[in-house]
Design a protein around this ligand. Structure first.
Ligand code: MN
Length: 191
């Protein structure tokens, strides 16, 4: 199987000013493309060749895990955003956020704090466990909650390549700006 990079469902400049067209062009067009190219190269002729990407992530180690997980994480990240989606959760997900974090505002604060507090490169995640309880977790480098048996709902990329062109060292500003482009209908569909 050869993994192909899906086209984004919005124009390169559609998420500005939260994420500029230049950042999307490099981040999705170059960084994510490289992870997918590496993944295809690493699985060729191995037992992983016909595995689902999620199964590679939960079974592989080392370079294959890193590239498979980064390939998956970036698609999950970029396909969470839209220029004109729902800017607040509703329904059962909203009830769970209020129950597990106190309020939507408190959730957003805790999520950004977890992203800012992650040392070095990685991801901050909102996931649910098998009982429907919500958790915020940090994943270094290519970390992915699938490896902990959790169901990922939302992630923010905190690698410098995700924000340095637009925000330089201001990671907190970069993460807070993403609340303007998260489409909560997409997050809810994952819940
Ligand atoms: Mn990235």
């Amino acid at each position: 199987m050869n993994y192909e990079q899906p086209n984004l469902p919005y124009d390169l400049d559609a998420l500005a000013p939260a994420i500029s067209a230049e950042t999307i062009s490099f981040h999705y067009g170059k960084h994510e493309k490289a992870y997918i190219d590496n993944l295809n190269r690493l699985i060729k002729g191995t037992e992983y060749e016909d595995m689902e990407l999620e199964d590679i992530i939960t079974h592989a180690k080392g370079a294959l895990f890193n590239n498979a997980s980064q390939a998956w994480n970036h698609i999950f990240y970029f396909f969470t955003f839209s220029p004109d989606g729902s800017r607040e959760p509703s329904g059962e997900l909203r009830k769970a956020i209020d129950r597990d974090f106190g309020s939507f505002d408190k959730f957003k604060e805790a999520f950004v704090d977890a992203g800012v507090g992650l040392f070095g490169s990685g991801w901050v995640w909102l996931s649910r466990d098998d009982d429907g309880k919500l958790l915020i977790t940090q994943g270094s480098n290519a970390g992915n909650p699938l490896t902990e048996g959790l169901t990922p709902l939302l992630t923010f990329d905190v690698w410098e390549h995700a924000y340095y062109l637009d925000y330089q060292n201001r990671r907190a500003d970069a993460l807070r700006a993403l609340w303007d482009i998260v489409d909560w209908d997409i997050v809810e569909a994952r819940y």
